[in-house]
Design a protein. Structure first.
Length: 217
């Protein structure tokens, strides 16, 4: 349940689908939460890195079958997450190559391709009867207040009501011990451990845990 010690009033939280009004805040939350993964781009300015990632985020997530959702509090988006459910219809990409060409001219081909590849690490095609949590991004001001736990509970109930999925899965980096512990405390089990020298070299993360939660009917 909710963290009663938090200064947040959870009664004032709402979880809403992504809209044109919340997409900028959502992409910013994504970048803030995973900024370290983009640190090796050859772009010195954090603002410029965020601009590139935000534009790619729109292509990688907003136009896809994955559901993009924001957590609103007092009129502000304080968290965002992506949820993919098996058998969802794939939506067509919008202006993909036009945007990629524009970004390549602005930030360089190598930076654009590398950032695109990093974003693709968050993509996963769920198996039959599987729902997949691609990421949770929480505003730093609200981290440690139970938002992640709140989101997981909401997702489980949402998946129960809206799909036939009986499993909720996710990947968590080995280095992210806090998130791994949270998921374990919520009932997730480690299904497998994967290693990648490519991700270690490119973003500094070597090991990944694939975890799953059995959703009861």
């Amino acid at each position: 349940m909710l963290n009663k010690k938090s200064s947040l009033d959870f009664n004032h939280l709402s979880i809403e689908p992504l809209t044109e009004y919340s997409i900028l805040a959502s992409s910013a939350l994504f970048f803030q939460s995973f900024e370290s993964k983009f640190a090796k781009l050859n772009i010195p300015s954090k603002t410029e890195r965020q601009l590139l990632v935000s534009e790619l985020w729109k292509l990688q997530f907003y136009s896809q079958s994955e559901q993009q959702v924001v957590v609103m509090y007092q009129g502000n988006a304080i968290a965002a997450f992506g949820l993919a459910i098996a058998n969802n219809k794939q939506l067509p990409k919008f202006k993909y190559w036009e945007t990629m060409f524009k970004l390549s001219r602005q930030f360089g081909v190598i930076n654009t391709l590398k950032a695109t590849w990093i974003c693709s690490l968050f993509k996963y095609t769920p198996k039959e009867n599987e729902a997949y949590l691609s990421y949770i991004g929480v505003d730093p001001q609200y981290q440690g207040k139970g938002i992640g736990k709140y989101v997981i509970h909401w997702i489980i109930e949402h998946v129960k009501k809206s799909s036939q999925a009986n499993t909720l899965s996710l990947y968590v980096a080995q280095e992210n011990a806090g998130a791994k512990k949270l998921y374990e405390n919520l009932g997730f089990n480690i299904e497998k451990y994967e290693k990648s020298n490519l991700t270690k070299f490119s973003i500094g993360f070597y090991g990944w845990f694939y975890m799953s939660y059995a959703i009861s009917s």
